[in-house]
Design a protein around this ligand. Structure first.
Ligand code: ADP
Ligand code: ZN
Length: 219
């Protein structure tokens, strides 16, 4: 099974990916995480991507597509993968289709997470991440046990530069302009599933499992 997780920034793609992973054991590919890893390791790719990410803009398609192509050719993707944050533009979706045609793979379902802008803005302003291991926290709903330190690794907890309020508005506008057209694109291919993700992960997972069953993707 291969899935795409679609949704605005802060719509909970990471949380849903984690839960889906527990149920189905798919390889999780988050382009945001891959970029942040490259930035952390000061790679050439990371240096190119950083300026775009910090402003809330998308990283150019050629850079992003090349990175995903490399990741999808890893062996652990053969038994099923879940793309989180890719594709984010129509040209990226077209490039993905070409890539998968070459390897005889296909996307089984595109899970579109729906959350209102008001909830997104609150969730993102509450979001904190561990600088060392990337674990995420919410200062309102899921704060770390020890203030400013990660429960997992004791690393420092920070706010992502692109989670600052002005940048969030840019990211939402970019989403509406560049990524939202993918909803129609995948609806046209008959593989879109729309899931309400305002009510918590349990509710979202039940909708996903019901839809996957009704489409005979799982038993
Ligand atoms: P969110 O979904 O909350 O915006 P991500 O971690 O998925 O967070 O992405 C963070 C940033 O990484 C994006 O704002 C964008 O700059 C960059 N990025 C991630 N995926 C892509 C992509 N597919 N194409 C271009 N840029 C991307
Ligand atoms: Zn940590």
């Amino acid at each position: 099974m291969n899935f795409i997780l679609l949704g605005a920034p802060g719509s909970g793609k990471g949380t849903v990916a984690e839960a889906l992973n527990k149920s189905f054991g798919l390889t999780h590919i988050s382009t945001g995480d891959l970029f942040r890893m490259n930035i952390g390791n000061c790679t050439e790719l990371g240096q190119k991507a950083k300026a775009f990410i910090d402003k809330g803009d998308l990283v150019p398609d050629d850079i992003t597509v090349a990175m995903v192509k490399g990741r999808l050719s890893d062996k652990d993707c053969l038994s099923g993968f879940m793309l989180d944050g890719f594709p984010r533009t129509i040209p990226q979706a077209e490039a993905l289709e070409t890539m998968l045609q070459l390897t005889g793979q296909k996307i089984d379902a595109v899970i579109n997470l729906q959350v209102s802008d008001a909830v997104i803005i609150r969730r993102i302003s509450d979001r904190r991440v561990c600088k060392e291991c990337g674990a995420t926290y919410s200062i309102s709903f899921n704060p770390p046990l020890k203030e400013d330190h990660c429960d997992v690794c004791d690393g420092l907890i920070v706010q992502r530069a692109d989670d600052m309020p002005d940048t969030v508005l840019t990211r939402l506008a970019t989403y509406a302009r560049k990524t939202k057209p993918l909803v129609d694109y995948y609806a046209g291919k008959g593989i879109l599933m729309t899931v309400d993700n305002e009510m918590g992960i349990g509710f979202a997972m039940r909708q996903i499992q019901d839809e996957l069953k009704s489409k005979n993707i799982i038993n």
